[in-house]
Design a protein around this ligand. Structure first.
Ligand code: HEC
Length: 217
């Protein structure tokens, strides 16, 4: 019984220390006074698309955090962009860093793949683009119609994925919002030195590149 008080003090102490080291210090270290100059806030439509990204579980297969050369040479070689820095997520609340990479990193997909048509086809049916793709299709974001209305966005599909009887596939608002969000994902502007200092450099102490590697196309 007489050991209860030291035990209690010890437990509270450990909890306070952990909160300080894992919550307060990192938040203080990562607070960014200013967003990077070339980073735009999301528009209303892009924010709606971001909600679709969350609701449809894209994060379970896609990260949004290219790593530095000190951590891996892989991300740069894939053309996923320079290592991301805290400021790149200034307008992201909550952030969508993700941990799984069943598919490619998407933080710079808007710079890499700028075609709205491509994204719509890919979301409707990834196999229409890559027959080996194991990404799920999202048909409920689209509508099959007998005929497209003048303001409908028709999805381009190879013959074997077209609906029968001359009908057409058109994008619903969800798909258009989501693609607008994907196209906005572009952090290929150079990172500032100060921002790079905040990164974990792994075991590599060579100077970090501030630019997106040139093979990102
Ligand atoms: C089960 C895992 C999985 C889920 C869930 C998933 N994807 Fe994918 N995604 C992949 C794979 C694998 C690829 C690579 C093959 C391909 O392009 O189809 C990919 C590729 C992509 C690409 C092309 C990337 C590039 O660099 O060419 C985009 C864009 C994309 N996914 C967006 C999404 C969006 C948006 C969602 C949510 C609506 C989503 N994915 C959900 C696995 C997934």
């Amino acid at each position: 019984m007489n050991k209860l008080l030291p035990l209690l003090i010890g437990a509270i102490g450990v909890l306070l220390l952990a909160t300080l080291m894992l919550v307060i210090l990192p938040a203080w270290q990562m607070r960014t006074a200013e967003p990077p100059q070339r980073l735009q806030p999301y528009t209303e439509q892009q924010l709606l698309g971001r909600q679709q990204y969350v609701a449809n579980g894209c994060i379970y297969c896609h990260s949004q955090q290219p790593r530095s050369t000190g951590q891996t040479l892989f991300d740069g070689a894939q053309g996923w962009g320079r290592a991301s820095t805290p400021g790149d997520y200034f307008y992201d609340a909550p952030h969508l860093l993700g941990t799984m990479r069943t598919g490619p990193d998407l933080l710079n997909i808007g710079a890499r793949m700028k075609s709205r048509d491509w994204h719509l086809t890919h979301l409707y049916q990834p196999r229409a683009i890559f027959d080996w793709s194991l990404m799920p299709s999202y048909p409920y974001m689209f509508e099959v119609k007998d005929e497209a209305a003048p303001d409908d966005v028709v999805v381009r599909l190879p013959a074997q994925f077209q609906p029968s009887g001359g009908r057409v596939v058109v994008a619903r608002e969800e798909a258009l919002d989501l693609v607008d969000y994907l196209l906005s994902l572009d952090r290929t502007y150079p990172a500032s030195e100060g921002e790079l200092q905040k990164r974990d450099r792994g075991y590599d102490h060579r100077p970090e590149t501030t630019e997106t590697p040139s093979n990102a196309g």
